[in-house]
Write a protein that binds this ligand. Structure first.
Ligand code: ADP
Ligand code: MG
Length: 359
């Protein structure tokens, strides 16, 4: 028996929907934790299910545009993003952002490593490939520039100019969003890009929280300009009540929650079938993305999730952010010989599935 909880259908709307992909990273827990198994598993290329903490004999099933399982390669993830790239050569805007709790694989997905480059280096290479082909075959004279900024505590900081002040976000008469004073560096090749990008990435504000030694506390936004392509590694979406944050960390948490909560409202309004006001102005992140998310822009959100039980509530929250539709399914998730481990007790007592931003 299945109970329908909520239905979403935004397919026939004039503004472009945000395509939603979910990527489950491989199990990385300790050997002890390994006995607990995963609390989430993929079903097919669009669907996954997670244990229902209210009743462990049930699972909650979610559908997305794409589901990338644990074995998915960096190239396969890139291929789900690649179709939006040609649009920026025709002057349209696009954005790709990785959402999810700290430790679930956002930076791996967007930046990657030298062995396993992520969406950002692959997209930059592809854009150069497309532009060079147009320049040669069709006599274009296209150049590419890059900007790189972070939004930290609702401040816009130029990562290509360390020590810069909070920059204002403006809108021109054609509704283009711009940041006067932001560095735009012309780049002529991928290695040119890398030369600027790698050291600038180290300027990002990271700090240690209880959850992760180098938890990303800021949203890192790369802007590649022909049309506009935003490539974004968001700050962690974990519930900050659980991280034991105080003082400056707590203030950061507030700012992170504000922008992620606003982002969720924006994505929701864009993907809902009824016309509602899209609250772009409620945070710096969404204000910046106003002309590149929704409207005629092309956007992909990659929600990163982790399979271990210790991530359970953050995963639940991230899935609820990414999908407004879910289905409770009555069926055992784990084979009977394996006991279902206790979920983090403190959160369960909160009495809500996802007491966090974005739901
Ligand atoms: P986040 O940026 O969301 O906090 P990271 O990208 O830093 O998370 O990932 C946390 C850890 O998990 C890193 O050591 C990373 O290399 C590893 N990891 C994440 N996703 C994958 C994946 N798909 N395959 C292998 N390792 C991964
Ligand atoms: Mg990260």
């Amino acid at each position: 028996m299945a109970q329908r909880v909520a239905v979403s259908d935004g397919a026939n709307k004039k503004v472009s929907r945000v395509r939603v992909a979910v990527r489950l990273r491989p199990y990385m827990g300790t050997q002890d934790e390994k006995d607990e198994g995963s609390c989430v598993r993929g079903l097919d290329s669009k669907n996954l299910e997670i244990i229902n903490w209210r009743n462990a004999t049930e699972t909650v099933k979610y559908s997305f545009d794409v589901f990338h399982g644990e074995q998915t390669t960096q190239q396969e993830v890139f291929l789900s993003v690649k179709p939006i790239l040609p649009h920026i050569l025709t002057g349209q805007n696009a954005s790709v952002f990785a959402y999810g709790p700290t430790g679930a694989g956002k930076t791996h997905t967007m930046m990657g490593s030298s062995n396993q480059p992520g969406v950002i280096p692959r997209a930059v290479r592809e854009v150069f490939k497309m532009v060079n082909a147009k320049n040669e075959d069709e006599g274009w004279d296209y150049s590419i520039s890059m900007s790189y900024l972070e939004i930290y505590n609702e401040k816009v900081l130029d990562l290509l100019l360390p020590g810069s002040q909070d920059l204002p976000i403006r809108e021109d008469k054609d509704k283009n969003i711009l940041i006067p004073g932001l560095t735009h560096t012309t780049i002529t090749s991928f290695s040119d890009f890398d030369k600027h990008f790698v050291p600038a990435s180290l300027n990002r504000t990271t700090a240690s929280t209880k959850i992760n030694q180098r938890s990303s506390r800021s949203h890192a936004v790369l802007l590649l300009k022909t049309g506009k392509l935003y490539l974004i590694d968001l700050a962690g979406s974990e519930d900050n009540r659980r991280t034991g944050n105080q003082g400056i960390r707590l203030k950061e948490s507030g700012a992170i929650n504000l922008s992620l909560f606003t982002l969720s409202k924006v994505v929701d309004s864009l993907n809902s079938s009824t016309a509602v006001r899209v609250p772009y102005r409620d945070s710096k992140l969404t204000r910046l993305l106003q002309d590149s998310l929704g409207g005629s822009a092309h956007s992909v959100m990659i929600t990163n999730i982790a399979p271990e039980y210790k991530f359970y509530f953050d995963t639940f929250g991230a899935l609820n952010f990414a999908s407004k539709s879910k289905l409770i399914v009555n069926k055992p998730f784990i084979c009977e010989t394996v006991a279902v481990p206790a979920l983090p007790v403190k959160r369960a007592r909160d009495g809500q599935e996802a007491g966090r931003s974005g739901t």
